[in-house]
Design a protein around this ligand. Structure first.
Ligand code: NAD
Ligand code: LMR
Length: 338
């Protein structure tokens, strides 16, 4: 009996193994800037994601320690750390998704655009390497200013002949996370039931939450909607000021970045109806890039969804954000083509 039961149990173990490897494809995720304030908790959250089989942690320094630490977590993925430019190729090779939280964060008094001078160069060189080592990967751009770094990435990929507009995403999930939290608090509805689209871009007034489309519905006063909109637009600044010189959002951003990467993985794996707001190449407005609801699929963007019905206040917000977002996009394109 003992023999039989042990062989039965090893058989069911084998069955389980073959079932799990058949149903969950191998997926490699690389995090560039993995030793940073966002990079470390994001690496941990990606290690917790059962859809990841290989996790490559890259930074200019410090990644061996982060990788050794994260690798002890008893989940599916194999973790490797890569430090310094000479190891960037190895980190990227074979990646299905590359998440980029590399670059400097804001201090009080700065705008995201004040980060352009340093971060534009970092993003340009990282994207040059992506074009070379994993041109088919989905790129999740977190580095600020997102309104410019995404156009920079697109130009770098175009020059390399690898650009696929379906595979480049500016991560604006934190705006959605904030809008949901603030709305739930004000409307007194359970936060886990809330959904709010946030469109436009990722800086100040270019962040446009569409509370008129929020679910569950709540009859909030116009002043409440205005206050919620402003708080969502200034959410990053709220954290920058509270951290008083020690950087910007890292923990909530890691959470948001992990949510967005998980949605991309699900899309790649063929899960139907995965929809997230993200900043992508778009023809929803006159601007070449715009954040809106996007359906994710096996090749990345499957469909960029229309903005849907908006209140007069939101329509005005859309008109107001166009010039600033346009200028930020053009600044990125110009930089990449210098
Ligand atoms: P951080 O300074 O704590 O970490 C940045 C990391 O990037 C560091 O470890 C640094 O060594 C690394 N780095 C610098 N140059 C690099 C290069 N060439 N290659 C690889 N790694 C490199 O900063 P943070 O708080 O983690 O923020 C990172 C970026 O994310 C900032 O630009 C910040 O503004 C942005 N951010 C975006 C959002 C968003 O919603 N999209 C939210 C929060 C922060
Ligand atoms: C955020 O929204 O928290 C980030 O873009 C970081 C910042 O500078 O505000």
């Amino acid at each position: 009996t003992r023999l039989r039961s042990s062989s039965a149990s090893s058989q069911s173990h084998l069955l389980r193994r073959s079932y799990s490897s058949d149903s969950v494809p191998e997926r490699k995720v690389a995090v560039l800037g993995a030793a940073g304030g966002i990079g470390q908790p994001l690496s941990l959250l990606m290690k917790l994601n059962p859809l990841v089989s290989k996790l490559a942690l890259y930074d200019i320094a410090g990644t061996p320690g982060v990788a050794a630490d994260v690798s002890h977590v008893n989940t599916r993925s194999e973790v490797a750390g890569y430090a310094g430019e000479e190891q960037l190729g190895k980190a990227l090779e074979g990646s299905d998704i590359v998440i980029i939280p590399a670059g400097v964060p804001r201090k009080p008094g700065m705008t995201r655009d004040d980060l352009f001078n340093i971060n534009a160069g970092i993003v340009k060189s990282l994207c040059t390497a992506i074009a070379k080592y994993c041109p088919n990967a989905l790129v999740n751009m977190i580095s600020n200013p997102v309104n410019s770094t995404v156009p920079i990435a697109a130009e770098v990929f175009k020059k390399a002949g690898t650009y696929d507009e379906k595979k480049l995403f500016g991560v604006t999930t934190l705006d959605v996370v904030r809008a949901k939290t603030f709305y739930a608090g004000k409307a007194k509805v359970p936060v886990e039931e809330v959904n709010v689209p946030v469109v436009g871009g990722h800086a100040g007034i270019t962040i446009l939450p569409l509370f008129s489309q929020a679910v569950p519905k709540a009859n909030l006063a116009d002043e409440d909607i205005k206050a919620l909109t402003k708080r969502t637009q200034d959410g990053g600044t709220e954290v920058v000021e509270a951290k008083a010189g020690k950087g910007s959002a890292t923990l909530s951003m890691a959470y948001a970045g992990a949510l967005f990467a998980d949605a991309c993985l699900k899309g790649l794996n063929g899960v139907p109806d995965v929809v997230e707001c993200t900043f992508v190449q778009s023809s929803v407005t006159e601007l070449p890039f715009f954040a809106s609801k996007v359906k994710l699929g096996k090749n990345g963007v499957e469909e960029v969804l229309e903005l849907g019905p908006m209140s007069d206040y939101e329509k005005q917000g859309l008109q107001n954000l166009i010039p600033e977002l346009k200028a930020s996009i053009e600044k990125g394109i110009k930089f990449a083509n210098q």
